[in-house]
Design a protein around this ligand. Structure first.
Ligand code: SAH
Ligand code: SF4
Length: 360
């Protein structure tokens, strides 16, 4: 269910974490507050991690009273934490017995938070643990935003430099809430991140991609994972609806209006032994991407229970990468971070091992 707030009827209490700047402003007008109160409230929430109206000392008592009568600030807390030997941290949020995961990945020059947009995923890609789990529901804006607020609190002084929608779920199938969350991430009174530091990864829901293009400019990562429709149909059922040609055409349309992707779109390609990793596949991939400004990110496949795939080995991945590089593509091989705590790409299912030991 989308969290589309009906702005004419703020007659039930509203969670301010579900609203972006403009919607908070409309809400405040409806309770008779001045426009500048929006900045004040957002600063309390996003800068000071303060969720208590009584402590918002620069807001008048009268408005604070109205705020607590008509709204609330409810964060979804992390309930479990696992720290990897490589410094990656996985946090779990419990939402009525269901779980979502958020992953923090520290690197030398940046620190990235990987967030979830849905509980499970309906798209059933064969190689993905989240897909195998099935779909439960969309996350509310507040549930998406809470992952960032909580992570910032846990990390104390450490600044988050990048946010990626690469956790559980297909962000473009929760478009309205994801757009509102993106607005909060971009807003200077919110998290204030630049559009080049936010990446949305999608398996390619074309109508939603076109809609996104009209609303917001951010970095795109496309889960392509195959060099032809035959292979993509086998591993990603969504390809039967939106095939490679139509997807790449939609990506070109997005790029036309995008500044965030000025170095090209990221193409994600999971390396599956004997499925999509031959020399012919590499050449075919270079061919279909000829007209798309792109960087290619090869992802060693991460295993999970009851799955039949095998990851391509290092040598095969290197050969594949070098073919692409020779054809002029900026090609990287993704490091596997947090594998020991099941925090790597495609391993997120909401199950945490040794749960009892890691309760917060
Ligand atoms: N639904 C979105 C975003 C979440 S998945 C999407 O599909 O793009 C983030 C990335 O991890 C995607 O590129 C996805 O294809 C990849 N992935 C999924 N399962 C994986 C696995 N087991 N090993 C490696 N990468 C995987
Ligand atoms: Fe869903 Fe992405 Fe996993 Fe496919 S790869 S099942 S779209 S989360």
């Amino acid at each position: 269910m989308d969290t589309n707030i009906n702005l004419n009827v703020f007659n039930s209490q509203v969670n301010l974490l579900d609203l972006d700047f403009k919607k908070i402003q409309l809400f405040l007008t409806s309770i008779g507050a001045k426009n500048f109160t929006t900045e004040q409230i957002m600063t309390w929430i996003y800068n000071h991690n303060c969720y208590d109206f009584d402590k918002m000392s620069n807001i008048s008592k009268n408005i604070r009273k109205k705020l607590s009568q008509n709204s609330y600030i409810k964060i979804s807390n992390f309930s479990e934490e696992k720290v990897s030997s490589d410094g990656t941290i996985k946090w779990v949020t419990s939402l009525n017995n269901q779980k979502i995961e958020t992953v923090y990945i520290p690197e030398k020059k940046r620190s990235t938070l990987c967030i979830s947009s849905q509980i499970g995923c309906a798209l059933k890609c064969d190689f993905c643990a989240t897909g195998k789990q099935g779909f439960s529901r969309n996350l509310k804006v507040s549930e998406i935003i809470s992952q960032i607020l909580q992570a910032k609190k846990k990390l104390k002084g450490t600044r988050l430099t990048n946010i990626v929608f690469m956790g559980m779920g297909e962000p473009l199938l929760n478009l309205n809430n994801v757009i509102t969350a993106l607005k909060i991430i971009l807003n200077t009174n919110g998290f204030g991140l630049s559009k080049r530091r936010i990446t949305l990864s999608t398996s390619g829901i074309i109508p939603a991609l076109d809609k996104l293009s009209k609303k917001i400019d951010i970095n795109l990562a496309i889960s392509l994972h195959a060099s032809n429709n035959h292979i993509r149909n086998l591993i990603m059922p969504i390809n039967k609806k939106y095939n490679i040609e139509s997807l790449l055409t939609a990506v070109s349309r997005y790029l036309k209006h995008s500044n965030a992707n000025r170095n090209g779109v990221t193409i994600e390609y999971v390396m599956l032994q004997d499925i999509n990793d031959s020399i012919k596949n590499a050449e075919e991939l270079a061919y279909i991407l000829k007209k798309i400004p792109s960087k290619i990110n090869l992802i060693p496949w991460n295993s999970f229970k009851n799955s039949n795939f095998v990851s391509s080995n290092r040598n095969t991945i290197n050969v594949f990468a070098n073919i692409l590089r020779k054809k002029g593509f900026n090609t990287t091989i993704r490091k596997n971070r947090g594998k020991d705590i099941h925090a790597a790409c495609g391993q997120l299912t909401g199950n945490v091992i040794n749960r009892s030991k890691n309760h917060l």
